[in-house]
Design a protein around this ligand. Structure first.
Ligand code: HEC
Length: 136
């Protein structure tokens, strides 16, 4: 019996890394959603048809800062000229008002890199909903 199980594992072996990688990705997205719900959602809808106090964050990864139409951004954000790459989003989560003095978003201060990773995974997932790709 054990030999049969071992044979099955050997046969499936090469397929496992890919499968477990996507399971790991899903876990990151789920954790990110929980963190987003706790830290961001009260100000940011993840759906652009849903009005919120802050700009919606759907399609945020790779989007030009201050470019969501009809949102009344601060001058600082609108004139920043930056693009929301994963690195810029990390800096923003860590110290948004230090990163961009004059922004009207209240300081959030998420310095834990793992928490940032999870939130980024969730932000990437709501960016690719329409089938688009996220570039690093
Ligand atoms: C208390 C409300 C509030 C919370 C909580 C909040 N934000 Fe914001 N956020 C804002 C406001 C207001 C703006 C617009 C800032 C401006 O115009 O200067 C903003 C802007 C942004 C932008 C720029 C969007 C664009 O279109 O350029 C990003 C990215 C962002 N927030 C991410 C986050 C993330 C991620 C979290 C959670 C970790 C978060 N915010 C938590 C209110 C909030």
């Amino acid at each position: 019996m054990n030999r049969i199980i071992a044979a099955i594992f050997l046969a499936l072996g090469p397929a496992l890394p890919a499968a477990s990688e996507s399971i790991y990705e899903n876990i990151k997205v789920d954790a990110g959603q929980t963190l987003y719900d706790a830290k961001c959602r009260r100000c940011h809808a993840d759906d652009s048809t849903d009005p919120s106090y802050g700009p919606p964050l759907e399609n945020i990864v790779g989007r030009a800062a201050g470019s969501y139409p009809n949102y009344d951004y601060s001058v600082a954000l609108e004139a920043s000229g930056i693009v929301w790459t994963p690195a810029a989003l990390r800096a923003w989560m860590e110290d948004n008002d230090g990163f961009m003095p004059g922004t009207k978003m209240r300081h959030v201060g998420i310095t834990d890199r793992t928490v940032q990773d999870f939130i980024l995974a969730y932000l990437a997932s709501i960016t690719t909903r329409d089938g688009s790709k996220v570039s690093e």
